[in-house]
Design a protein around this ligand. Structure first.
Ligand SMILES: Cc1cc2nc3c(=O)[nH]c(=O)nc-3n(C[C@H](O)[C@H](O)[C@H](O)COP(=O)(O)OP(=O)(O)OC[C@H]3O[C@@H](n4cnc5c(N)ncnc54)[C@H](O)[C@@H]3O)c2cc1C
Length: 321
């Protein structure tokens, strides 16, 4: 099995103890139509920071929200994926984008010390801070972070299956622009992206992906909408459900020794994917399954067992949070 040759990238050039100052260029909604969630495409000028020219598509960077946490200490760093290609939004690595989603919930008990009857509005600290920012505002950043979720050194040597839920699409925006819109010309490798969201209106960067798919015959854009009936009248689909339903189409790509599978977004999406790969006998190059599980059919394995007993190989890259 050919191992993907990943580039060596810079890490932690800016530490949380000495964050650098980026400046907001723009901050606009990137959902499709009128969505119940709020997700922004945030563009930052990092030209005066060590991040300039030193981030890769697939990496993330840290954000430190001003003020202090309830414990009186500075807010902890939160990570946000780079949504730009390695050359940034400006072609020179001086402008980076990301895709923050407002965390808006009702409070639910997290530990024994929390009041179980407290259901007040719960607003995530950093995501709402980022979504509130306006052009010209300053942001304290750290990073870059991540050395595995990267495109290979020779992009032409591989084919790609990109699987995203929600803001997990961010790194794939950067990677797709890198693979398809490079100055040196597009790759001819096969690339399939499946974007999973609850509703059509939650699709992110949908117009861009449709345009890329129209322009490049080797790029195939699929959506898996989980809470809407399909046009066929069938129930909604998750990302793994789409692969399962169209297994003949996807088996060609997944069963090909050049392919790398990238998974980004909700932690839970890995279980459905693992089950689908194993069910269709396509897991061999992507997963190492603990012998203790193999005596029972995959349909009986719990998420916990999958988490402990199934490890992705170097051809299945996960960035889940
Ligand atoms: C590598 C990486 C890349 C990421 N990229 C992105 C990205 O591109 N875009 C993006 O939006 N996010 C991204 N994230 C997630 C991001 O780092 C933050 O975790 C997210 O934005 C929430 O941060 P916050 O400060 O708004 O929320 P916080 O104030 O940190 O609140 C979240 C925490 O509160 C708790 N919580 C959640 N819901 C409730 C509830 N209902 N009641 C009580 N407690 C609750 C949970 O313990 C949770 O950890 C990424 C994470 C990683 C690790």
């Amino acid at each position: 099995m050919p191992e993907p040759d990943l580039p060596t990238v810079k890490m932690n050039l800016i530490r949380p103890t000495k964050p650098a100052t980026a400046r907001v260029i723009s901050n606009e909604l990137c959902t499709r139509g009128k969505s119940a969630s709020f997700v922004k495409h945030l563009v930052l000028d990092v030209s005066t920071t060590p991040l300039a020219g030193n981030f890769h598509a697939g990496q993330s960077f840290g954000v430190i929200t001003p003020g202090t946490a309830p414990n009186g200490k500075a807010h902890k760093v939160r990570l946000y994926s780079v949504a730009s290609p390695t050359w940034g939004e400006d072609g020179a690595g001086n402008v980076v984008s990301t895709t923050p989603k407002r965390l808006i919930e009702e409070f639910v008990q997290q530990s024994a010390k929390d009041d179980p009857d407290d259901h007040r509005l719960f607003l995530g600290v950093a995501s709402n801070y980022l979504c509130d920012l306006r052009a010209g505002d300053e942001v304290q950043i750290t990073g870059p972070n991540g050395k595995r979720f990267l495109l290979p050194v020779d992009p032409q040597a591989h084919d790609y299956l990109f699987l995203a839920t929600g803001t997990g699409i961010a790194p794939f925006r950067g990677m797709l622009l890198e693979l398809l819109e490079a100055q040196a010309g597009p790759t001819s490798s096969r690339i399939d992206l499946i974007m999973g969201t609850p509703y059509t209106t939650d699709l992110l960067y949908d117009e861009l992906f449709q345009q890329l798919a129209e322009k490049h015959a080797n790029f195939h854009y699929h959506t898996a909408i989980s809470r809407e009936l399909q046009t066929t009248g069938e129930r909604g689909l998750y990302v793994d459900g789409l692969i399962d339903r169209q297994i003949e189409y996807f088996a060609d790509l997944i069963g090909n020794a050049r392919t790398i599978v990238y998974v980004c977004g909700l932690d839970g999406m890995r279980y459905g994917l693992f089950r689908t790969l194993i069910k269709h006998d396509l897991a061999e190059d992507y997963l190492v399954v603990n012998a203790s599980l193999q005596s029972r059919p995959v349909s009986e394995w719990s998420d916990r067992e999958l988490k402990k007993g199934v490890k992705p190989t170097s051809r299945c890259l996960l960035e889940v949070y």
